[in-house]
Design a protein around this ligand. Sequence first.
Ligand code: COA
Length: 577
Amino acid sequence: MHRCIARFAEHRWHCSVRCMSSAVGKRRALRSAFPVLDLPLHPIQKHVYEANLRNSNACLKKYAEFSEKVRKGGGENATARHTQRNKKLLVRDRLRLLLDDEDFLELSQFAGLGLPYGDIPSAGCLTGIGRINGLWCMFIANDATVKGGTAYPITVKKQLRAQDIAIQNRLPCVYLVDSGGAFLPLQSEIFPDKNQGGRTFYNEAIMSAMKIPQVSIVCGSCTAGGAYIPTMAEETVMVHRIGTIFLGGPPLVKAATGEEVTPEDLGGARLHAEVSGCVDHFAWEEKEAFEYTRNIISTLNFQLPEEEEETTTTTKKKKAEEEPLYSSEELLGLAPQSYNYSLDVKMVVSRLTDGSRFQEFKARYGTTLVTGFAKICGHLVGIIANNGDLSYEAALKGSHFVQLCDQRDIPLLFLQNTAPTPALTLSTTQAETNTNRLKAQGSMMSAVACASVPKITVVIGGCHGADSYAMCGRAFDPNFLFLWPNARVSLTAPGHAGSLLPPDGEQEEELKKKQEEKLNGRLKEESSAFFSSGRMWDDGVILPQDTRKVLRDALDIIKQQHYQLSTEKLQSALLRI
Ligand code: COA
């Protein structure tokens, strides 16, 4: 039901955007001169800034360690086996050949690290959004150096999230298949449930029906469940000698019939291109397969706008992009190490927006939430940023602003830094305040859930309790949700475990203290950005200083759907779903 409403909402957004986009390229954005946020760092803020900076540097170190782990994939032996014995390209080299450049938006790069069943680098599968012939495409690429590219539960989760993003943003999908199918020891966590293995194939069918193109490249093993990805894609390329598609491999055939057969004869590229017809293009080598794929993408019938340029007297320069007045490096000192170290969130805003400009909405009301309009690399957005408790007034203001942006079809950017613990009810007056706050927060949650515009959430500090739902947490289906490395994700922040323990007058002080300590330790470990990202509660950890670029890419990606030409039948296709 929820999905239907969400689809309807997305559909409404697509339709309204499509109507507006007929004259794409000829139109220009309305001129704006939003006020400049003149917010340099004051000496009085210096000690907080420096403490945050120290914490950010420690987080960056962790980020570098995790990145290195991911870069090594399945390790030296597996890499040698993959490249020397199996004569295949490594997954990042494949992406280099497929994409226009290396400037792609990688998603959930730390997924799979620190799980109960071990470290699974990149969850055995790279996902991200990169450009092919200028068109943003979602890629889902197995890394066969990680246990033969087999699917762990986290791999399935990562693939499904990539497909969800592709559905929400109408992105063509390119699958680079090189997988031994299910990781058998964990089969019960991969196979039977709704959001498990089979959902990948369901999504492929649904996306095709929605006219979201599905293209696949078989550049390795494609065994069992994996075999359906290329066969269900609209167009498939397969590489000679490297690619195989079969439900059961030669050992199974031998066990069942006693017959000895080579992988190539059982399900190689020649067989599938010439006999079964499962694939559409035969490539002699990987490089050729990626060239075919790039050509396939150029037939998808999108018409991208020319880069908007304006002629000045001497040079041609890109229009409408003003850099912020302050260095993005300063965001490292603004990233709060804990709630008490939060500085005015408008300082963060001023380091992200074009020209540090911001047209604030309801500046004097509900000031613990900052709302207003800004441009990020030329894209108009509505910004909603925590600047303290999500009080009654702040939540009312939030609802109003979300509805305003929804009405004007302006994407929403949430900068989330919620309070560490819910407000306590210690008196009747407090009870009334909290009840009112509850009602207002409920309204804000409804407004956020029902808004049909794209939403992007960046957790710049805390992500705790119900406030995080109103600030478009994961459960509220933002198009993208990123974390800064200093982010903390838990019901209650570390250090506040006392608020989670039941009141017990009888309990010995000593025992209670021990329980609290234990719980706080656990909260600390489980609330780190890397713990969250390892489990895919987000779309990845991004560095504060890269945030503007990531937002630019995300907003470009969201906008691309306006340029798909083959959409006359789209409306009826969407209504059927
Ligand atoms: N489940 C669990 N582990 C698997 C696996 C599976 N389906 N397929 C491969 N692995 C493991 C291997 O045990 C090996 O582990 P190790 O590095 O700890 O020794 C690692 O993945 C690499 O496999 P290996 O066979 O050494 O590499 P390869 O490059 O020669 O072949 C495959 C890779 C995927 C082609 C091959 O392993 C294979 O055919 N696997 C079985 C596929 C299958 O029948 N899947 C059915 C799933 S329903």
